[in-house]
Write a protein of this length. Sequence first.
Lengths: 254, 148
Amino acid sequence: MLFVTNPFALLAESIPPLFMQCYIALMILAVAVGTLIDLAHKGSARYFALRRQKSKAAAQKQLGIGELVVLAIRTLGTEVATSGEFCKWARRLSHLLMYYGFVIYLVATVLMAFAYPKAAHTPVILATAWNIGALMVLAGGGWFFFRLRVDVVQERHSPFHLVRADLFIGSLLASVAFGLGWHLAQTTAGNEAGLTWILFGLYLFFSTLLFVSVPWSKFAHMFYKPAAAFQKRLEEANGSSDLPRPSNARYIVR
Amino acid sequence: MPTFTDMTKCDGCGECVDICPSDIMHIDPVYRRSYNIEPNFCWECYSCVKACPQHAIDVRGYADFAPLGHKVRVLREKEKGCVSWKITYRDGRVKEFTFPIRTTAWGSIKAPDDYDPPDAESLRSPLLAHEPAALKVAALPALAAAAK
């Protein structure tokens, strides 16, 4: 039942679908506004524009549209689609699990809440995708949270010693964990059970925290990362990178 | 010149935190990127600069005797066994240097944990741990008295 039922269709028996749809729209708005506030507060847009200008001035070669398109495709294929910038396979895999899990979970949530809010026969694939996406986030996020975080692994802090940098990962994990818990309670204890409502309240609280805390959390890195990766590739291609030129020597003999 | 991290390039992997002998490279609690918590205590060994896989760590002089405006960038190429430095002076001059850092493949050197722990009897031996095998010789020359 868990993997084939639409949790929002069950919820629609108690809460009007319009309420859910308004909530999702408000959260999307919160992310957009939060990212703009973050951009203005950190000066990221100004920094990128300045770096672009410097790169243009120091360019040894002007790139054509075709070369720019190739760079954009490479950025999409490497940094965006496969998190190629991570040098450790464990971090890369956990990040990919979280990234794709979150995207699948989010798309399934929006489709189920808007297209099938009351439908008894929501396509099974959507309900399954919602559950699998949430489980992927939990797996990748839990792995990162307990086994890969630098302050935990290298600095030997307790995994439960939380700092502001944990706001994003913490609220994301709590949101999907309580979401899954709520759905499990819905399908086992029933939609009206007290436990179901408690878990739903926690799910709502952490989901709101995740989307409203964008100016203080790492959420917006999803939008900055592709821009920074493209700029790095651009600088390497037009010769304006400030890194030393790759060496022609080879010292490995054994 | 102590080191500093360019947080826009750092991906928070923790290599510098791991390698810093002075334990001054830490993870920023707000952005989860590395930073040098106490440049005054930096040994200037540049282990972190060379270890950083993202080339996110640069070095700069103290502002009181080395006015800012210069730039020191490092590129480690582990498959070639070298590290290159690019020094940009305040007047625009640029100098580049490449140094060999090893002759064996990256990751081929065994860590101490990969060896069997020595037994108590080893304390009586004049040999250091894992000698002579680690030196790839059959035996080391020893004084006649010690050999008896």
